[in-house]
Design a protein around this ligand. Structure first.
Ligand SMILES: [Mg+2]
Length: 388
């Protein structure tokens, strides 16, 4: 069966009506969070990392000759649009939609001259995810079944939230908090992070896991000073302390504080970047994002590298995407998934503003994918209007 069309689409999810009022405004969005750009004080730390608003999610619909269609998505919509429309679409239309490995290899080889990682890999992710959805729908099976799963009935979720009490009330036993400090903040930053980590640990007690997410805002010296300070709080992992390309820096941190597990991967694109991380043993928890790392096909290659090295794979935003759920449910060393809490305290998780129709939400900190064909979503074609 041939690919008839590939279209870039906007995501038009119906907004759920709130059934209750929040007890108080949530803390997640109010906390200042540092990103690499916050080296410069002109950028406000409560406003995020992308001053131009280019992070917007973009959908891709791949339609087969018989009219069956599959859905995938990635981010940086306006930036990846040209790659999807002008490069990958003419390359793939008319080819066998079942031959996903071949189609990925074509996409990857065709981008070598202008950069096979970066945004090329992000754009490829959305197309690959749409192809998997399409294949599942055509064969009438969920994607986890195509992958050889399920390996487990349900996955454990950890919460990404600065509202530790709300996360615990929802039944999560592991919470990842954001990071307020940039290395430019010096000792004041180190004190601020220790203060925040200490308060979270006090709320969680000793039987729940705590993680910290610096999102590339540290340098090697700041990280080593800080992690020495954080030893008593027993962090399960510290995530993306350095920019993605600083493999030597990660190795230095590992050598200085070998007892502190490091997680990274959401800003790494493609299996070669992960191969470098894993080969150098400068990561403990491997975190590909299926919408950014090259899609499900690439994520399985990354998983295999990690699994052979004895490392756990925890897909970035795994519980907030159907692809992450199918991936984690299929692969034996990928049973923990991230859930970013988006509702204020008291508001049920399925009333979050950005809920994809048919995507399950965690119950008592656990979640399972739907078993309908493809990703098992209830997305209607009319929810996906053309991007232009
Ligand atoms: Mg992260």
């Amino acid at each position: 069966l041939k690919i008839k069309s590939i279209e870039a689409v906007r995501l038009g999810w119906p907004k759920p009506e709130p059934t209750v009022e929040a007890r108080y405004a949530g803390k997640t969005r109010a906390y200042p969070r540092a990103y690499p750009i916050h080296k410069y004080p002109e950028f406000n730390r409560t406003l995020g990392n992308f001053p131009g608003g280019v992070a917007q999610e973009i959908g891709v619909v791949v339609t087969a000759e018989d009219g069956t269609w599959g859905f995938g998505s990635c981010h940086w919509g306006s930036l990846v649009l040209g790659l999807i429309e002008h490069h990958f679409t003419p390359l793939l239309v008319g080819r066998d939609c079942f031959a996903i490995e071949f189609l990925n290899d074509l996409m990857w080889r065709s981008t070598q001259r202008f950069g096979a990682a970066g945004l090329s890999t992000v754009a490829r992710s959305a197309i690959d995810l749409a192809l998997w959805d399409l294949k599942g729908k055509l064969l009438g099976v969920p994607v986890y079944s195509l992958l050889g799963g399920p390996s487990r009935k349900s996955m454990t979720c950890y919460a990404a939230s600065d509202d530790v009490e709300w996360a615990m009330e929802l039944g999560f036993n592991a919470v990842k908090i954001s990071n307020p400090a940039h290395y430019e903040d010096g000792i004041g930053g180190i004190n601020a992070v220790e203060d925040k980590v200490g308060r979270a640990r006090e709320l969680l007690g000793d039987n729940r896991e705590l993680m910290l997410n610096p999102v590339m805002s540290y340098n090697v010296e700041f990280a080593i000073r800080l992690f020495e300070r954080l030893k008593p709080y027993g962090l399960r992992w510290i995530e993306e302390p350095l920019i993605a390309d600083d493999f030597d820096g990660l190795s230095l941190i590992k050598q200085a504080i070998p007892t502190q597990p490091l997680a990274t991967g959401e800003s790494h694109r493609g299996r070669h970047a992960f191969n470098e991380l894993i080969k150098r043993r400068c990561v403990d928890i491997v975190q590909p994002d299926l919408r950014w790392c090259g899609g499900l096909t690439e994520a399985v290659k990354i998983y295999n590298l990690a699994e052979a090295a004895g490392l756990e794979v925890v897909p970035h935003t795994g519980a907030a995407t159907a692809s992450g759920l199918h991936f984690a449910c299929s692969l034996p060393e990928a049973g923990l998934v991230e859930y970013f809490i988006q509702t204020d305290p008291g508001i049920p998780l399925n009333e979050a503003a950005l809920c994809v129709p048919g995507l399950p939400v965690p119950v008592n900190g656990t979640i399972s994918p739907n078993d309908a064909p493809g990703w098992g979503l209830e997305v209607r074609r009319e929810d996906l209007p053309a991007w232009h």
